[in-house]
Design a protein. Structure first.
Length: 755
């Protein structure tokens, strides 16, 4: 088997290669994807020749590069006509050109300054490969380490947090001492995006640098531990804060309690409250309100009520927020009676009910069909100056519609107008739904809606979407066709048709989805990428491969590129239906247009290629993934190692490559699985390396990874190869009897023990 090319393992590996400038293969041609159509950047040629081909002298790129040689390049460019030519692609080309020309201008600080200046002119435009190239130059040139802070911050602002962390962790220069604000900003963003593994790596590095923590650093660390529900560590940090001169106050403890409750660790939050009291601090309204809300989020409403009574015992007065959480919780459980009791408690304790609480209660009462009680609540609202709003009346109208009492519904509409509250699309939607079958009144309501200045398309879209969610597509279609036939609704827009396409595709009724899609095209309306995605996914789900592919071709022919989700749906749909070559052709075609698939799509293609016996292309695909920054996952590595270890003729060099991948995946913090180890055991056994088989098996057991039956059979075979017939016999008997087995590996012998 061809050995796997050593893929770049590090973000800052030099990216000297330039994408091949030749045009990509046209869509649906019969040409098989070649290295030229690969998403990988080509192997680097001598820099000068590549640059001269892509960036010829006297081009705009060349002119920019010449100006960058001058100290006052910013002034020169600002005063130049070249400024109007500046665009994101040109910026990237200039940077590649500067690093390729035989000129003394490849200063990383200059390149980063140019990048920052360009952003001010044309907006965010940074390219992953360009930033990686600049990062490499910084390392090579040993530039001022302060510049690394700028680079890391640039990645952070782009949302490339993993890359920012990688650069941060690889800076070994002793002179590089990041500021507290810089570190805190990085920690904050990692915490916000829930990238906790990266968060702790950055925190460990900051600790190793012995940087001084401030109150913000401590707050982020406390929040991180709170997210994990690790109360012991939270307490340690609080103690450390005290020792470092940042004594935690009520606000600090409240922050911890809030973080724990938000992460669903309410019991741990209660423990922190106890610790807070032990420190002589007194919980305040926010403490208790947070716990009430936390219990309500966890649907532990009785516990929430106990906290509420505890507040009263502590001499505190709960606010409307605490009661609203409880009322909302009981309403969601359908326990309207308990919600009404909570409302009575509020009144008896003279706690003002705001409009939000009133509407929450009203929503539950109306859904329960208790319309008399609903009217009482609205009357109370008016009497207490909590003036009803549009939502209040919409809830009442919907409630009467459910009770088939359209007379009262119209009365609510009139009352709404008298209070100068403008009916919304939802108002008329409820009215027209209620008038189902009474087209005269429905049309009158529809006409009134138009007089109010409401968009009919928006209304139709709303009503269709609402019906689609409830599975009432036929009712939505009947309303739509009735309004269209009577000339009331003459110009459906793309959103209206899209709602039907989405609804019928979700329901698996693809003939109807196709009907509305085709009507849309006949009407001269352009479907967007979302409508195409719904149609394509619907056909694939039904196994209509031809129709799905036809919709996809139609999409590309109209110049609409799919998003990543649609990209994956098409590729995986093709693979499931045995269309490997078509899937591969589309894959490379779309990659060539700048779309990047997700790792699951790449893995599916990789497996498909291997099953067809085309391991070469599977390996090429892996190399392409690494070059374009698509991070492999455990499935990727399991597939690759399996390919190498299960080949028809496994060779020693195949196993060297498999072992390298095995180490690489662990360097990426990807833990090997039973599949990983079993594949390696098979491969080393096939090449006769029994000592490595036994060593790996020992490692597997030490890590607590459960071997499967295949792994034990490999061990059985290796024992026989080593002449360990007694041990092999014992193992064979144990396997036949279905017993659990563990092994102990020592220097000169392998003992077999039955557990």
């Amino acid at each position: 088997m061809r050995r796997l090319a050593r893929a770049n393992k590090h973000l800052l590996t030099a990216r000297n290669a330039i994408a091949n400038p030749r045009p990509l293969v046209g869509y649906c041609t019969s040409q098989t994807p070649t290295s030229e159509t690969s998403i990988a950047l080509q192997n680097p040629k001598p820099e000068k020749s590549v640059t001269n081909v892509l960036f010829p002298k006297n081009s705009i790129t060349d002119k920019f590069s010449e100006i960058l040689e001058h100290r006052n390049w910013k002034n020169l460019l600002n005063d130049s006509d070249l400024l109007k030519e500046l665009n994101p692609k040109l910026v990237c080309r200039v940077i590649y050109a500067v690093t390729g020309y035989d000129r003394n201008v490849a200063d990383p600080k200059l390149l980063l300054d140019f990048l920052l200046w360009s952003e001010e002119k044309v907006g965010a435009l940074w390219d992953f490969d360009v930033l990686s190239l600049i990062a490499r130059l910084f390392r090579v040139e040993s530039s001022n380490p302060v510049v690394f802070e700028m680079l890391v911050d640039s990645y952070r602002k782009m949302g490339l947090l993993a890359e920012a962390v990688t650069v941060f962790l690889t800076i070994k220069n002793a002179e590089f001492v990041p500021t507290s604000s810089f570190c805190n900003t990085l920690l904050r963003d990692l915490l916000k995006t829930d990238k906790m593994e990266l968060f702790w790596k950055v925190f460990d590095r900051i600790s190793d640098m012995e940087l001084t923590f401030d109150v913000y650093t401590y707050s982020y660390v406390i929040n991180a531990y709170a997210k994990a529900g690790n109360v012991d560590e939270v307490k340690k940090v609080l103690l450390e804060m005290e020792e470092k001169g940042f004594p935690p106050n009520v606000d600090t403890y409240n922050m911890v309690i809030h973080g724990l409750c938000r992460a669903g660790h309410v019991d741990e939050a209660v423990e922190i409250k106890r610790s807070m009291i032990e420190q002589g601090l007194v919980p305040d309204n926010y403490t208790y309100s947070t716990l009430v809300n936390g219990y309500c989020m966890g649907k532990r409403l009785e516990d929430a009520k106990l906290v509420l009574w505890e507040m009263f015992d502590a001499g505190l007065k709960p606010d409307g927020v605490s009661y609203n959480s409880l009322i909302d919780g009981f309403i969601k459980q359908g326990n309207v009676e308990e919600a009404l009791k909570m409302k009575s408690k509020m009144v008896s304790h003279f706690i003002e009910m705001d409009l939000n609480v009133q509407n929450t209660l009203l929503n539950g009462v109306c859904k329960a069909g208790m319309m008399e009680k609903a009217r009482e609540i609205v009357t109370e609202m008016i009497n207490t100056d909590a003036n009803p709003d549009s939502r209040t009346y919409n809830l009442l109208i919907e409630g009467y519609y459910r009770k088939h009492d359209m007379v009262r519904a119209f009365q609510m509409l009139d009352e709404m107008k008298k209070r100068s509250l403008a009916p919304t699309i939802h108002t008329y939607s409820a009215i027209i739904n209620g008038l189902s079958g009474n087209f005269g009144q429905a049309n009158a309501a529809f006409g009134e809606m138009i007089k109010e200045g409401l968009e009919p398309n928006a209304f139709i879209y709303t009503i269709i979407s609402a019906h689609a969610k409830e599975g009432k597509l036929e009712e939505a279609r009947r309303i739509f066709e009735s309004l269209t036939e009577q000339g009331i609704f003459q110009d459906p827009d793309a959103h209206t048709y899209g709602a039907f396409v989405h609804g019928y595709s979700e329901a698996g009724k693809m003939q109807m989805a196709d009907r509305y899609f085709n009507e849309m095209l006949v009407s001269g309306l352009e479907p967007n990428d979302i409508i195409y995605a719904d149609l394509i996914l619907g056909h694939f789900k039904k196994g209509n491969i031809t129709e799905a592919f036809s919709a996809f071709i139609c999409m590309l022919a109209r110049g609409i590129l799919p998003d990543n989700k649609t990209f994956s749906v098409v590729i995986i749909g093709m693979l499931k239906n045995g269309k490997m070559q078509e899937a591969l052709r589309i894959f490379y075609e779309l990659c060539g247009k700048g779309l990047l698939p997700d790792v699951d799509t790449c893995n599916a293609l990789m497996v498909g290629l291997y099953k067809q016996g085309d391991a070469e292309k599977a390996i090429q695909l892996y190399e392409d993934m690494c070059m374009k920054g698509i991070n492999p996952n455990v499935v990727t590595y399991d597939n690759l190692i399996s390919f190498l270890c299960k080949a028809d003729a496994v060779e020693a060099e195949d196993m060297e490559e498999a072992e390298r991948l095995f180490l690489e995946m662990q360097a990426r913090n990807i833990e090997p699985t039973t599949v990983t180890y079993t594949s390696l055991l098979q491969g080393f056994n096939a090449t006769g390396n029994t000592r490595r088989v036994f060593a790996l098996f020992k490692e597997m057991m030490a890590k607590g990874i459960e071997p499967d039956q295949l792994a034990f059979h490999v061990i059985f075979d290796s024992l026989l190869r080593e002449g360990k017939t007694v041990e092999a016999f014992k193992l064979g008997c144990a396997l036949s009897a279905g017993q659990d087995i563990s092994f102990k590996y020592e220097e000169e012998e392998i003992g077999t023990y039955l557990v």
